[in-house]
Design a protein around this ligand. Sequence first.
Ligand code: NAD
Ligand code: UD1
Length: 339
Amino acid sequence: MKNILVTGGTGYIGSHTVVELLNLNYNVIIIDNLSNSKIVVLDRIEKITGKRPKFYKGDIRSKDDLRKIFNENKIDCVINFAGLKAVGESVKKPLEYYENNIYGSIVLLEEMKKNNVYNFIFSSSATVYGDPIDVPVDENSKIGGTTNPYGTTKLFIERILNDLVIAEPKFNICILRYFNPIGAHPSGLIGEDPNGIPNNLAPYITQVMVGKREKLNIFGNDYDTKDGTCIRDYIHVCDLAYGHVCAINKLEKSQGIFIYNLGTGKGSSVFDVLHAFEKAYGKPIAYAIAPRRAGDVKANYTDVTKAYNELGFKAKYDILDMARDAWNWQKNNPNGYED
Ligand code: NAD
Ligand code: UD1
């Protein structure tokens, strides 16, 4: 499999995966509607890799946009990053989320079938585990109990994919459940560029570091954890990007539907993450304790055995690396891609 169609390829995880693929000499074709990313990402990718991926400004909900791509390119495998991902927004605009994420994936799968393309890698999320009873979770842990429409789109698409391979055994699918991707490419040329006030921890911290926000609000220090703050499995976005190469290799060798959690296997508290960023910064970062955030789960991190045994995937980077690279990106691009 050499020709990879990457939907949402100018986004945060997509752009890092495209770099990884180009460095390994895959041919990359991107479709992105630029609803949450900037075209300048292509220049940055070219600067890092010396190669420019073929780009189509288009929408995965558009049969015409997809037909054009499948007509003009031989595609071996599709990685579907395209989707809306803001949890809070999904609560306010559920129909938009269900339409974009679920309908978009269905149109994409239909057009793949019409064009005899059956290899598919899907960006799912640890959010499908809801509030886990036991951690670490593994791929057999109970899924469901999502607390917002965004999470539910991931759950539904996973279900659709399971039904699809039963009806259409030619489909060959890898579902990747990402834990908490943070960090940036070590070049500082690509990274996470959220719109407005960041909802997620790492981009909020780096905006405090760069002077755009006054202090980090820590959402609750009264959880039953080692320091009272929530525990997550943060994974460097470059490790995550490499996970997609492992998934392509898996689909090359096997036929069916496969599910993997991608994380480091290590749970870190909010304070652990804050301290890692303070190390990268060389000074303290202002914070205050705030009330718990609705919908937050106490702890979620993964068992990494299955991904290691079946994909050969093992994260290389720790939270100090993630903090260093996220800070390097933010420092060099205080206003993200606007600069
Ligand atoms: P992102 O918003 O940076 O990237 C998504 C890209 O898809 C954007 O460039 C956007 O413009 C594009 N897009 C959205 N809808 C589209 C459509 N209908 N047609 C074409 N392009 C479209 O998000 P990300 O953080 O890179 O996440 C990528 C995928 O991984 C998403 O599906 C997300 O739900 C999933 N995921 C992300 C995280 C995370 O923490 N970032 C965690 C788990 C899963
Ligand atoms: C959130 C989403 C999840 C989504 C994931 C994508 C919620 C409830 N969950 O997960 O569905 O898949 O992002 O990466 O939104 N924190 C603070 N202060 C902040 C921001 C975060 O203390 O300003 C804390 C949170 O309470 C949490 C931890 O930092 O304990 C991580 O938060 P975040 O980065 O938003 O990720 P998740 O909550 O794991």
